[in-house]
Design a protein around this ligand. Structure first.
Ligand SMILES: [Zn+2]
Length: 171
């Protein structure tokens, strides 16, 4: 079995030191997904480049952590389990969507129906998991920001400092 990768700190960029892969999870998640694909191809083409390999390992670790974080908010309906999903309510005529904390629920059927905002006559609802990959569901930057804001609330994430984010993703 391969040894588990355990980074000791955030992955900061050599030139832009204030930026890290950790911060990009919140500022440009879709870009990270694309970067990971590129790194994967690069590493399999030339496995001896230590820097590329390190970045690939760190990113792989980070993306996996982002999919397994537990929300800090308890389901407002059963008041028992942490929220795991949230509703997105689309308004087709106005070409917009709404997400909010009260649209989040634990996953139980009864909580789902309590949390459902209802589709209305000119809209639809969709259920997405409380995971970073849900940001990737949206193509517009402003929409991605909206999802990120909600995730930050659900994960109880207040700081955007590289070290704080690293701690958040590590545990
Ligand atoms: Zn519940």
């Amino acid at each position: 079995m391969p040894e588990e990768y355990k980074p000791s700190g955030p992955y900061k960029f050599p030139i832009r030191r204030w930026m890290s892969l950790e911060k990009m999870m919140l500022t440009n998640y879709p870009r990270l997904q694309k970067d990971f694909e590129k790194l994967r191809r690069k590493v399999s083409a030339n496995g001896k480049d230590g820097k590329t390999e390190e970045k690939k390992k760190h990113l792989e670790w980070l993306l996996r952590k982002g999919e397994n974080k537990k929300a800090q908010i308890t389901c407002p309906y059963c008041k028992k389990d942490p929220v795991k999903y949230f509703f997105v309510k689309y308004f087709f005529y106005e070409k917009k969507f709404v997400v909010k904390e009260s649209f989040a629920f634990c996953g139980k059927k009864s909580c789902q129906s309590d949390a459902s905002p209802g589709a209305g006559s000119d809209g639809a609802v969709e259920v997405l998991p409380v995971k970073f990959s849900s940001i990737d569901r949206f193509t517009l930057k402003k929409d991605q920001k909206k999802i990120t804001r909600l995730l930050k609330k659900l994960f109880g994430l207040n700081s955007l400092k590289n070290e704080d984010l690293f701690r958040f993703f590590s545990c």
